[in-house]
Design a protein around this ligand. Structure first.
Ligand code: NDP
Ligand code: ENO
Length: 465
């Protein structure tokens, strides 16, 4: 093992060679920003069979050299980032890790860190350092201003400084965590949020319903739900499967989400107004009151939700980000009919789940929120901040039976996703994901475009976030 105290200053030259193993969506995004940021020696590879194709694609791109495989990248690079499927990280590090250049710094983009850490500790030589990373956003979101988690696991200070400098072109906000903290935070934020959106998508697909065509629900925060659901289903299934199945904390959160949805739905079926109101108000108090002190609240550093500007824009502004067909020339689209309240089971269950698990979403919002998690809190606070809106949802949930079939589909979907994650089956996850994604595929292109514009507008409207 290198002695960090013996190497107080970086022995690596001013233009380090940066290695990227895995040139999928994230590897490519890293290559683009590092190249545009002026780094001159970026060695990249994907699996050997894609060598010629990637070489042709990157011919002439400043700074980038495509190599045939991870051995060549590992042997020649001072800083290496693996951006491969979480499910394969052990296999890939086992193969290329032993080729790592002496004294290099090794990192990975994996969304769940437990298997990555195990792979690094098992397969990397002792004379290399580990400073890992995780960009908390998808490949189509600009990294500017987004959180970039940095994990100094086995390294001297200069190595962390070097990694920070290499990533400067991203203009991301660096967030420092340990491997364990990372997995707990991302279980609380990403995994359970994705479970909610995956369930919405599966419920709509099972009901053979395109939600943007279902007029009672179209517009406002419903646009946020639909756009984000589609954004998730248009991404790679393995990203969501990995961070849910391989993160032990995530199972607990996802199971609680399904339990919350089921229990609330049973109260709705029984028309037990008293119990439902008590439970939902209690959750609201716990999650949204200023003096909330849940298990994850850190020394009173929790910002008061009442003191913050709400995350979401007005409903009128959100109406613009719709996937519904544009009005024909000369006619104006009627204002979205919002008179019909939605039972909002997916949101009631989310706040109930946060309350049960002692998760303070606002603390995560400050430190390490992905854009999707940010939107989701925004939707939840939109409903829960207003007693009138919340009561309208509860009345709809209890007494408007037209919501029952959608709510039933949602509960079945949430339970199915939770069971799939609990079983730890990548195959089942892939099949479930693919089936729902197939139902929505035709709208992915539009959804990514409209969703990116919506995320951008929401970010710009709340500069403090
Ligand atoms: N997409 C996202 O929103 C985010 C993803 N992440 C994480 O980043 C990592 C990569 O995700 P993403 O880029 O989206 O996924 P992709 O599937 O787009 O990219 C992964 C790439 O790694 C390649 N690969 C697999 N094995 C090897 C190997 N032995 N040598 C070289 N390349 C290999 C894959 O090839 P093949 O396809 O042939 O298997 C693929 O091209 C994942 O761990 C994910 O959790 C992190 C933040 C955001
Ligand atoms: O914002 C989200 O939650 C996304 O879905 C995009 C995403 C996916 C995986 C990550 O590790 C980080 C971000």
């Amino acid at each position: 093992m290198l002695d960090p105290s013996a190497t107080p200053n970086s022995p690596i030259e001013a233009q380090p060679t940066i290695g990227l193993i895995g040139m999928g969506a994230m590897g490519r995004m890293y290559a683009t920003y590092l190249s545009e940021g002026g780094w001159k020696k970026i060695h990249v590879c994907d699996i050997p069979s894609k060598y010629e194709e990637i070489k042709a694609e990157y011919a002439g791109v400043p700074g980038i050299t495509v190599l045939p495989d991870g051995h060549r990248v590992s042997r020649t690079s001072d800083f290496i980032v693996y951006s491969v499927e979480a499910e394969y990280i052990d296999r890939v590090v086992a193969e290329y890790g032993p080729s790592t250049k002496v004294g290099a710094i090794v990192s990975a983009q994996t969304s769940v860190k437990a298997p990555e850490r195990a792979a690094f500790e098992k397969h990397l030589p002792e004379d290399v350092y580990i400073v890992s990373c995780h960009s908390l956003h998808g490949p189509t979101v600009s990294p500017h201003g987004q959180p970039l988690v940095l994990i100094k696991h086995r390294a001297p200070d200069w190595a962390l400084t070097l990694v920070e400098n290499i990533f400067l072109p991203f203009r991301s906000r660096h967030v420092y965590m340990s491997y364990d903290e990372h997995d707990l935070v991302t279980a609380n934020t990403q995994a359970v949020t994705h479970a909610a959106f995956l369930s919405m998508g599966t419920a709509w697909a099972s009901a053979k319903e395109y939600p943007w065509e279902n007029t009672p629900y179209v517009g406002g925060i419903e646009n946020v739900k639909v756009n984000i659901m589609l954004r998730i289903y248009s991404n790679k299934w393995h990203v969501y499967a990995g961070l849910a199945i391989l993160n032990p904390s995530a199972r607990v959160q996802i199971a609680q989400y399904a339990r919350s949805a089921t229990e609330l739905f049973k109260l709705m079926l029984a028309a037990d107004e008293k119990a439902l109101r008590e439970r939902v108000y209690k959750a609201r108090e716990k999650v949204f009151s200023a003096d909330y002190g849940g298990a994850n609240a850190h020394n009173g550093r929790v910002p008061s939700p009442g003191a913050r500007t709400p995350i979401l824009l007005s409903e009128d502004t959100l109406d613009k980000f719709s996937l519904a067909a544009p009005p024909s020339p000369g006619s104006s689209r009627p204002r979205s009919p919002k008179a019909k309240a939605n039972s909002h089971l997916s949101l009631l269950a989310m706040v109930d789940c946060w309350a049960h698990l002692g998760i303070n979403p606002f603390l995560h919002l400050e430190l390490a929120a992905t854009p999707i998690f940010r939107m989701w809190i925004g939707v939840a606070e939109y409903l829960f901040r207003s007693r009138a809106r919340l009561d309208a949802a509860l009345n709809a949930a209890l007494y408007d039976v037209t919501h029952r079939s959608d709510d039933l589909e949602f509960v079945v979907a949430a339970r199915g996703w939770a069971q799939c994650v609990a079983f730890g089956s990548f195959e089942l996850y892939k099949d479930r994901f693919g089936e729902t994604a197939g139902f929505f595929r035709a709208r992915f292109e539009d959804a990514v475009r409209v969703g990116s514009a919506m995320i951008q507008a929401i970010m710009e409207s709340s500069p403090s976030l």
